[in-house]
Design a protein around this ligand. Sequence first.
Ligand code: XIL
Length: 449
Amino acid sequence: MRSAPLTLLLSAFLCAIGCSDGGDGGGETGGGGGVDATSGTGGAPGVTTGTTGATTGTGGAPGVTTGTTGVTTGTGGAPGVTTGTGGTDGTGGGTGGSDGNTGGGGSTGGPAERTPAASASTLREAGEKANPPLLIGAAISASGLNDGNYSRVAAAEHNYVTAENEMKWDALEPNPGQFSWGSADRIVSWAQQNNMKVKGHTLVWHSQLPGWMNNLRGAQQVEQAMRRHIENVMGHFKGKVEHWDVVNEAVLTDSDTGVGNPRMRPTVFYNELGEQYLDLAFKIAREQDPSVKLYYNDYSIDARNDKADFVYEMIKGMVERGVPIDGVGFQMHIGPPNNEAGGEDVAYNLKRFADLGLEVLISEMDINRCGNQVTAEEQLTYYHDIVEACFLMPKCVAVTFWGINDGRSWLNSWSTAMCNGGNSQSLLFNDQYQKKETYNRVMDALLGR
Ligand code: XIL
């Protein structure tokens, strides 16, 4: 569990205030290979992919191969490599290639913009009618589904679901090798009944980890347990989940605002396996399912701060090593105890991660007013500008809000988020499930207003 000393919480208020290329990763950077290739016979695949971007690409792995090819044949080998790695989404780098020299345009491949719907009466409709569409998600709790108003609003306004706690390790594997699917299955079948997609959250995380797992020692034991967990969980939900958070919150800073001494978080995974546990987790996950999208997820990487830079370098290294990662989730818990980030900061960070050839998404958005520490006006501006930053970027594929209504928000009882009892007022609906002004500002962003 995270905690932040009071003094550090104060830095939350010192935070910085603050897309469009297209094509899927492989295509995009694939162009790079082409730039330097002299003849283009080989680098071609990467090159052409780049120019055509999303149109031709489909999967990341091919992008990698493409890049390699570019290296071999073209003079622009190195760029080709970059190309490949970037191409998580690239599909078929192989289509291209006759002329390495033309590849440079890759960065323009794919849709440069997202076109908003002309009108919509729900957030879900606005997301579905946008081109390309944007998933609109909510964290859903199994207990919430017992409340008719909750489930009605949740299904009407969203088409994407993350289980708030029910797919965490302690919920799914409370005892070694014994799995408990009931609550998670309930959420998944509710989502399916309502034509909603599902995000799996989360496979490898230090928090909400059962004691038996925390107490394992030795690389072999930890790796075995991690493998068993990933295999069983992904196997159980195979075909039902769109994106998996493979690793959550692997990086720590002195303050939860993402400032100070960024480093790998000491967890049973890191302590026993070293930093390579991330590569390993993603590789195991990919073995379970070649097509599901695999994500790294974290908080306070939205602003320009130490943590965002550190995570960027970490993910860049993974991409360069060919680790099968498809995307990065920005939790987007704005306000105490985490950072505040304006639209420009968020756009900057979404874009630089996407430029690695990855998808991005907003995975857990809420804005803690913490009494009045974040004013009503600031909150509205953040909601609009941050959702807009994602909307404007076709590679940003989803915005998920961390709950439905204020009264049920986790921030009301999370110790470091409580500000002398100040209400979080963090979400889009009030306790009577009426739309708040925050809802209207999100809708504005989704409709291009
Ligand atoms: C939170 C839940 O909302 C709470 O109900 C639970 O007590 C703690 O976890 N980052 C994450 C989420 O990745 O899983 C956390 O969810 C919020 C912070």
